[in-house]
Design a protein around this ligand. Structure first.
Ligand code: DMJ
Length: 699
């Protein structure tokens, strides 16, 4: 870790040097840069249409196209809203027509990532739908609560919903757009793959009036929060059928990142203070265990012990999130550090070792990612510090210099020698160029600080929209929060108290195993303590040996660049040990003459309890499970569950409401959480929509 301090000193030197050579940016300089970004977008966009459409992505070296994430012309859908942001309405109207002609629905027999399809396709379509009034396009009666792009977004989302039909309510990572969860699909999903839906699904629910989407996404977020470790950290991968963590590495980057981002953005967009509270609590422990000298490292989720002192390019979104909650000072210190890595190589590598101060030799690429420029854009909007313009220009220069090709812009294969790779991810057009453009376009409508607005006629009367405070989803698709008040509001769910009691027993069942091991006044305390210590030691050993899984351009990889291997045998070993210990040591039951077969309890997971309680005996649990409705018994029996054929969204919603698996957060009514020291443009977004009157706009 001592290198960290050295790195910090070096960075300070760099920062000071940058201060001295800081150039002055006049209005015309900034506009010139904006126009350069427009040309950059245009070159990549034209090349995509010319060489790659209708494939998902452009291959900028071969000058052709390839399907990557789903055969749904991904780059075009991801790029739609950028056309509106740059004011290219003619092209927006033209290509929206093409998309609507070609893509009547998403009924295709293809397996897709639930996460990527949501952030890029659902997010892209929703944003295009909400911005379409700007282009002069003919709007359907009932817009923004109605419209073809909204219907298309809902069509995709409906197909993704069956991924959430799991015992925990957390989604599978992959889905077949036609038939649902593919047979034999792994039930292990990364944290971001569970917690990155509330922005898109909340928007869908508020616009369409169907509460399904928001409730399902909210339930998944609560599930993650509920399963956090006793010290409050979350891991990298979780089994969505058992709630057991399968990768215990805790960090803010790959595999986890947008979970935290969506707690903040979901809170702001949907005015849900409890999400902000969940973020604030997570943030406290992140700073306690993972923050070292204005860098963030990786640590074990159970004890917070450092595993890897690395910086990932993906982590650069974090200063942007901090600026959203009014902490731009801290964010500026981080951005200086991250930018120093950019300056060292001309790009940020996927993984950078803080100890050696070098790019990882197996994760050394830069796939045109947006995160650094994203944070720079947010911070410039808040601070107007010209050093951020300089950083933005550095990024623009590097991309122009080393990533440009005659047919687009290419991934940098190795930041050390700037070799190129034949790939241009759709987020280059959706995000990287957008944040660059918005940095250099301070007067863009997206930055409206609430001084202008429009009145649109909706089925519910006149509604004030476009008053600023746009919330970007994690793929940089802006959502106008005021529009969410123009349609129906999602209902809040029902409480069926009779069934509730039974579900409390289920909750306890989740907790029983480690609780039993922890029980203080047990006469076998010492033996249990020994066993517990043995177990903890084993888990810790495993954790320090285990590797962090992180996002690559195609999937999730181990930190050394190797593909994700077979499901870990470790967890089943632990499960086995716990099972035999638990079943072998229940002498009291034996004395009472309880049948051996009746007493056996399987240890299904390693969920650690969040509160104290007296665990029920093995027999009680068994009996209480038999009392449960058949549908819940099915949940506890994986095979029966897996043989279920089709997910019924309505049933799923009713089940989530009935089960109430995860307790409601007590801060749900603390609206003040949404008003705390965020920058002014955000402070007022909680006043948008229903609270804003015409007089305020004119007065
Ligand atoms: C994008 O798809 C999104 O920003 C996501 O949250 C993280 N990965 C890429 C960009 O790096």
């Amino acid at each position: 870790m001592k290198h960290l301090s050295l790195a910090f000193v070096l960075i300070l030197c760099c920062v000071c040097e940058t201060c001295h050579s800081l150039r002055e940016y006049k209005k015309e300089d900034i506009i010139k840069l904006r126009e350069e970004v427009r040309d950059m977008f245009q070159h990549a966009y034209d090349s995509y249409l010319q060489y790659a459409y209708p494939y998902d992505e452009l291959r900028p070296l071969s000058c052709d196209g390839v399907d990557t994430w789903g055969s749904y012309s991904l780059t075009l859908i991801d790029a739609l809203d950028m056309l509106v942001i740059m004011g290219n309405y003619t092209e927006f109207n033209r290509v929206v027509d093409i998309v609507l002609q070609k893509q009547k629905n998403f009924d295709t027999d293809i397996n897709v990532s639930v996460f990527e399809t949501n952030i890029r396709i659902v997010g892209g379509l929703l944003s295009a739908h909400l911005l379409s009034y700007k282009s002069g396009m003919k709007l359907e009666p009932g817009w923004p609560c109605n419209g073809p792009l909204l219907r298309l977004a809902e069509d995709v989302a409906q197909r993704l919903i069956s991924a959430f039909d799991t015992t925990t309510g957390m989604p599978y990572g992959t889905i077949n757009l036609k038939s649902g969860v593919p047979p034999g699909e792994t039930s292990v999903t990364c944290t971001a793959g569970v917690g990155t839906f509330i922005v898109e699904f909340g928007t869908l629910s508020r616009l369409t009036g169907d509460p399904l989407y928001e409730e399902v996404a909210y339930n998944a977020l609560k599930a993650l929060y509920h399963h956090r470790s006793p010290i409050g950290l979350v891991g990298n991968h979780i089994d969505v059928m058992t709630g057991r963590w399968t990768a215990h590495d805790s960090g803010i980057g790959g595999g986890v990142d947008s979970y935290f981002e969506y707690l903040v953005k979901g809170a702001i967009l949907l005015e849900r203070p409890e999400l902000m509270s969940m973020f604030m609590e997570s943030r406290k422990v992140i700073d306690k265990y993972l923050k070292k000298d204005d860098w963030y490292v990786w640590a074990t989720m159970l004890r917070g012990q450092l595993t890897l002192p690395i910086f990932q390019s993906l982590e650069s979104y974090w200063p942007g999130v901090l600026s959203l909650i009014g902490e731009s000072d801290t964010a500026m210190r981080l951005i200086h550090n991250y930018h120093s890595v950019w300056k060292q190589y001309g790009f940020t590598p996927e993984v950078y070792h803080l100890g050696t101060g070098e790019a990882s030799t197996s994760r050394e690429s830069y796939p045109l990612r947006p995160e650094l420029i994203e944070s720079i854009m947010y911070l410039y909007r808040d601070t107007r510090d010209p050093i951020l313009l300089q950083m933005g220009e550095d990024i623009l220069r590097s991309i122009q210099h080393s990533a440009w090709t005659p047919c687009g812009y290419a991934t940098i294969k190795d930041v050390r020698d700037h070799r190129k790779e034949d790939r241009m991810e759709s987020f280059f057009l959706a995000e990287t160029t957008k944040y660059l453009y918005l940095l250099f376009d301070p007067d863009n409508f997206i930055h409206n600080p609430g001084i202008l607005g429009r009145i649109v006629n909706t089925p519910n009367g006149e509604c004030v929209v476009d008053v600023g405070g746009y919330v970007f989803n994690t793929e940089a698709h802006p959502i106008d929060p005021s529009m969410l008040f123009c349609c129906h509001e999602a209902s809040k769910g029902v409480n069926i108290s009779e069934v509730h009691r039974i579900y409390e027993i289920l909750e306890e069942e989740d907790n029983i195993h480690l609780q039993t091991l922890d029980a203080e006044n047990d006469n076998k305390t010492t033996a249990k303590k020994d066993f517990r210590e043995h177990l903890m030691e084993k888990i810790e050993k495993h954790e320090s040996a285990s590797q962090i899984r992180t996002e690559s351009t195609t999937s999730y990889l181990n930190i050394d660049g190797t593909e994700r291997g077979e499901e870990d045998k470790f967890s089943s070993d632990i499960k086995e040990e716990l099972s035999s210990y638990y079943n072998a040591s229940d002498d009291t039951e034996k004395e009472k003459g309880v049948e051996e077969s009746n007493k056996r309890v399987d240890v299904d997971d390693l969920i650690v309890s969040q509160q104290d309680f007296m665990p029920p005996s093995a027999r009680q649990v068994k009996e209480s499970i038999n009392l449960l409705p058949k549908v819940i018994q099915d949940f506890l029996n994986m095979d029966a569950w897996r043989s279920k054929t089709k997910c019924e969204p309505q049933r799923l919603l009713e089940r989530i409401r009935r089960e109430k698996r995860y307790p409601d957060h007590p801060d749900a009514d603390k609206y003040s959480l949404l008003l705390t020291p965020a920058p002014s443009f955000l402070q007022r977004i909680s006043l948008a929509g229903e609270f804003l009157y015409k007089e305020q706009l004119h007065g």
